[in-house]
Write a protein that binds this ligand. Structure first.
Ligand code: PLP
Length: 403
C-alpha cells in the first residue's frame, strides 16, 4: 500500500504527520507536503479545479460544501496597449481579484478549513494584516469554526470590518515588532492545540497549487514560459511552483515555467538579492510602502527559498512607489481594478524586458493577486473631484463632446 501524505522540511531533515500544527521545522525551515505516488496521478472529469485535480491534493475527497467558489478564475490576454507598454506581445493576466474575498488567499483558506473540519477541530486562527484574515474569517465561519484573527496595532478599519462581519474574533496584539509577535503567537498556539496558519503554512500551499493546475488547462498548448507574481511570505510562490512540479512529475506538462518574483524597492528582502544572484535574505525594517500586502521584511525560511529561486533561474525585480501607483492605473485601463501590491508586476515586467533579462518573445502569465477594493485611498494622493453640472450645463457639455 502507498504511504500516506506527510510533511517534510524543505531541507529534507525532519518529517511530521500531515495534520501537524507545525509550520516550521525545529530549525525554522518551512515544511512542505509530500504526496507519495504523485508521478502516477491523473486528471479526472469534474466541474471545479478541486474535483478535476482531486488526485493531486493530500486530502481526498475534498468537501465541496466548504467551498465559496474560489478558483477557476479568468485568464485574459493583455490588451495591445499593455503589450506595447511592457514590450511583451504574449502577456496574459490571471485575474485572482474575482475570488470570494477578492484575493488568491481563498485557495489556501479553502484547503485549511478542509483539514480542520476533517480533524474535528472547533477553532482555527491566523495572524494577518489583511487579506488572509478576511479570507480565513469567511471560510472559517462557513465551515462552522470559531475563527481567531490576530492583527497588529494600526491595522486600518476598512480591513477589520469584513473580519468582524464574518464573525471572526479579532484580537489586536500589543507590541511593535510584528515578526517577533508572529513567532510568539505560533509557539503559544501550538502549546494550546490551536491551529494558527500563516502565509507560509504547508497546508495553504496545497490550496495555492490549484492556480497552476488551472494555468495548465487554460493556456492550452501555450504553457507560459514565466509566471510573474508579487511575493511576501513566499507561500504563494512556493505553492505555484509545487503545482507545476507535480504536474511535470506526472507527465501532464513537459516543462516547468520559471517564476518572476516582484517586490517594492522599499522592502525587497528577496527580489533584491535574487536580482544580484545572491542566496542570502537582505532584511528590511522601518519602511512604508503602498504595497501593504507585501510587508514581510525578513521572511522565515527565506535563504532556502532564494536557493530554490537561483537553482531554477527565477528572475527578481523591484519597483518604486510611483511605479506601483502607475501600475494600478494601467491595470485599471485593462478593466482590472488591482490592489497596489498586485500592480507591482506591470512595471517589473517592463523593466525586465528593458534590461534584457526577459526575452520580449516570452509567454508570460502575470498573477493579479488581489482586488483594488481594499486599496487605501490615501496612496493615490487625493483624487480630483468630478465636475458638477445642472441640466443646462450638461446640455452644453454633451454638445461640446459630440462629433
Ligand atoms: C498575501 C498576498 C501576497 C503575497 O503572498 P505571499 O504568499 O505572502 O508571498 C501578494 N498579493 C496579495 C494581494 C496578497 O494578499
Amino acid at each position: 500500500m502507498e504511504k500516506k501524505p506527510f510533511l517534510r522540511s524543505i531541507d529534507g531533515q525532519e518529517e511530521f504527520p500531515l495534520e501537524s500544527l507545525a509550520e516550521y521545522s525545529s530549525h525554522g525551515v518551512p515544511l512542505e507536503c509530500i504526496i507519495p505516488g504523485i508521478g502516477g496521478k491523473k486528471i479526472r472529469q469534474g466541474k471545479t479545479v478541486w474535483e478535476r485535480f482531486a488526485a493531486f491534493f493530500p486530502l481526498e475527497p475534498l468537501d465541496m460544501a466548504l467551498s465559496l467558489g474560489e478558483g477557476d478564475t479568468p485568464y485574459l490576454k493583455a490588451s495591445p496597449s499593455m503589450q506595447r507598454f511592457t514590450g511583451l506581445s504574449r502577456l496574459f493576466f490571471k485575474n485572482e481579484t474575482v475570488n470570494p474575498t477578492w484575493s488568491f488567499k481563498d485557495r489556501g483558506s479553502f484547503f485549511c478549513v478542509q483539514l480542520s473540519v476533517l480533524l474535528g477541530e472547533k477553532r482555527c486562527a491566523t495572524i494577518s494584516t489583511g487579506n488572509m484574515g478576511h479570507s480565513m474569517a469567511a471560510y472559517g465561519k462557513r465551515a462552522g469554526l470559531e475563527t481567531l484573527i490576530f492583527i497588529p496595532r494600526g491595522t486600518p478599519s476598512q480591513k477589520i470590518l469584513p473580519m468582524l462581519l464574518h464573525q471572526g474574533r479579532v484580537i489586536t496584539l500589543k507590541g511593535e515588532n510584528f515578526s517577533e509577535l508572529k513567532t510568539k503567537v505560533l509557539t503559544l498556539s501550538r502549546g494550546c492545540g490551536l491551529r494558527t496558519v500563516t502565509g507560509n503554512g504547508p497546508h495553504r500551499i496545497e490550496g495555492y497549487k490549484s492556480l497552476s493546475f488551472e494555468l495548465a488547462e487554460q493556456s492550452g498548448g501555450e504553457l507560459p514560459d514565466y509566471i510573474a507574481l508579487p511575493v511576501s511570505a513566499t507561500g504563494h510562490a512556493r505553492g505555484v511552483y509545487k503545482g507545476f512540479k507535480e504536474l511535470f512529475h506526472s507527465g501532464i506538462i513537459s516543462r516547468i515555467p520559471r517564476l518572476i518574483l516582484v517586490q517594492a524597492a522599499r522592502n525587497a528582502p528577496l527580489a533584491l538579492p535574487l536580482k544580484r544572484g545572491e542566496d542570502r535574505v537582505l532584511p528590511f525594517s522601518d519602511f512604508t510602502t503602498a504595497a501593504s500586502a507585501l510587508i514581510t521584511g525578513n521572511p522565515p525560511g527565506g535563504d532556502a527559498f532564494l536557493r530554490l529561486a537561483l537553482d531554477n533561474r527565477w528572475l527578481g525585480e523591484t519597483v518604486t512607489e510611483e511605479e506601483i501607483i502607475r501600475g494600478v492605473s494601467l491595470l485599471a485601463s485593462e478593466g482590472i481594478y488591482a490592489e497596489a501590491s498586485s500592480a507591482t508586476v506591470v512595471f517589473a515586467l517592463k523593466k525586465l524586458v528593458k534590461r534584457g533579462a526577459l526575452d520580449a518573445s516570452s509567454t508570460v502569465a502575470a498573477i493579479i493577486t488581489g482586488s483594488g477594493l481594499k486599496n487605501d485611498p490615501d496612496i493615490f494622493g487625493g483624487l480630483p473631484l468630478p465636475p458638477e453640472m445642472d441640466p443646462v450645463e450638461l446640455e452644453l457639455f454633451l454638445k461640446g463632446t459630440s462629433s
